[in-house]
Design a protein around this ligand. Structure first.
Ligand SMILES: [Zn+2]
Length: 438
């Protein structure tokens, strides 16, 4: 018998590859932090001997969620400014608060709060864009979550850097320090077309090509962003990015809410991934992304939460359900965006967007063991005629009982491993007191 680390035996497994099939009574065998095998539970104990065995007879296993657009440290600004349009929210509230408070320690404590929430909600990889990335990386490394951390760039000064060159110098120093970490990858993260000049985009594009780095940015979030670009440049932000050579398969375009047919075609022919953040878009009154239009063009659609300052949660289950229900309603098509497709958007499509699909995003032999187990034997989920339906329409994140990242247990019976919730709550309250003193 082959010795392995873990045997996980749930009732159901959704692999998040092609098709809607749910495996029944199969076990996942984990060895060396990777998915070593998926075999019928009736055979598994004849083939393998494990250090740990999980009998999860009421559970559905999914790949861990990939939060493809986040600003984790902004969790400290959760509920700080609500029910405002994006421009007012950013210019009059969020940016002034950030000027006052953002520091290495703010990012470290904010990222800790966010990562704790993300793991409890089944997120095993996040794609982050913020300042002081080394503070986020410290927490990522300590906790053991997977992260693609952006090297943030803006054309104006912040507490982190003075000008585009300064942002990039600091970003590359961070990248050099963390480039060999097994759970951390990096990309360039210019904030948005309305905060970055053509000259800076040219610099970013050169680095992206030379270093083979992805680019993560906000794109077509509001109607005024598109209208202002047409006034200033005579073209939409997507057309401007095309002219600058920024569009390509390595571009992770967050939002894509107001996209014309011509712009959707440009995203499609260039292989850009669109990252939908529907709760943030709705809460800021920015609009609703037309997922049907993006899917019709064959665009890879992934999901993100955006920050807790605009969401106000980092809950991928809530994002899937909101996107599914709103899109069904808008398109007047009940069969549109079934649970399997929404789960793929929250998992494998996110991995493709981040360029990590060889490593994670589905339950496939050889990939790293990034997985979650959801208990469907609860008042809200029973009766369970079909597990993906119970998961999508009835369960909530409190049903997530186990999270494994890179084969290591990070949530066990609903309790965080490696993080002290009491300590996080105390630190968060201290920040709340400081921030309220503005
Ligand atoms: Zn954002």
């Amino acid at each position: 018998m082959e010795k392995v680390e873990k045997i996980i035996s749930p009732s159901w497994i959704f692999l998040a590859e092609e098709g809607d099939e749910v495996l029944k009574d199969h076990s996942i065998v984990v060895s060396g932090g990777a998915i070593h095998d998926v075999v019928p539970t009736s055979d598994v104990f004849q083939l393998y001997e494990a250090s740990e065995a999980y009998q999860l007879s009421n559970h559905l296993i999914l790949p861990g969620f990939i939060n493809a657009h986040s600003h984790s440290a902004m969790s400290l600004l959760k509920g700080y400014a609500d029910d405002l349009p994006l421009n007012t929210w950013l210019n009059d509230h969020i940016w002034p608060a950030e000027n006052q408070h953002v520091s290495f320690d703010f990012v470290k404590d904010g990222s800790t709060l966010a990562i704790a929430e993300m793991i409890k909600g089944g997120t095993t990889t996040f794609n982050d864009m913020y300042f002081f990335p080394e503070a986020t990386a410290e927490v990522v490394s300590k906790v053991g979550i997977r992260a693609n951390i952006g090297l943030g760039v803006l054309d104006f000064p912040t507490n982190y850097a003075n000008d585009p060159e300064d942002y990039l110098t600091k970003g590359f120093a961070f990248r050099d320090q963390w480039r060999d970490h097994k759970l951390i990858t990096t990309c360039l993260a210019p904030h948005a077309p309305y905060t970055i000049s053509n000259k800076t985009f040219e610099l970013i594009n050169t680095y992206a090509e030379q270093l083979d780095l992805g680019i993560h940015m906000h794109l077509h979030e509001t109607r005024s962003e598109v209208e202002d670009s047409i006034k200033a440049f005579g073209i939409t932000p997507i057309q401007r990015m095309q002219d600058l050579g920024v569009l390509g398969p390595k571009l992770m375009a967050a939002h894509c809410v107001h996209v014309s047919e011509a712009d959707a075609k440009l995203l499609s022919v260039n292989g850009v991934s669109a990252i939908c953040n529907i709760s943030s878009n709705m809460k800021l009154g920015s609009g609703i992304p037309d997922i049907n239009q993006l899917l019709q063009r064959g665009i890879n659609v992934a999901l993100g939460t955006d920050s807790s300052a605009s969401n106000n949660a980092l809950d991928m289950m809530r994002e899937m359900r909101a996107l599914g229900l709103v899109s069904k309603g808008l398109n007047m098509r009940s069969e549109f965006l079934k649970p399997a497709e929404l789960i793929r958007m929250a998992t494998i499509n996110g991995a493709k967007a981040l360029g990590l699909d060889e490593l994670t995003g589905s339950i496939s032999k050889g990939k790293r063991a990034d997985m979650i187990a959801i208990n469907l034997d609860t008042i809200e989920s029973q009766p369970c005629y079909e597990p993906l339906s119970s998961f999508m329409y009835s369960a909530d994140r409190s049903s997530i009982e186990y999270v494994w990242i890179d084969g290591n247990t990070k949530l066990k019976q609903g309790q965080l491993v490696c993080l002290d919730e009491e300590d996080i709550l105390q630190r968060t309250k201290i920040w709340q007191t400081k921030i309220k003193r503005i």
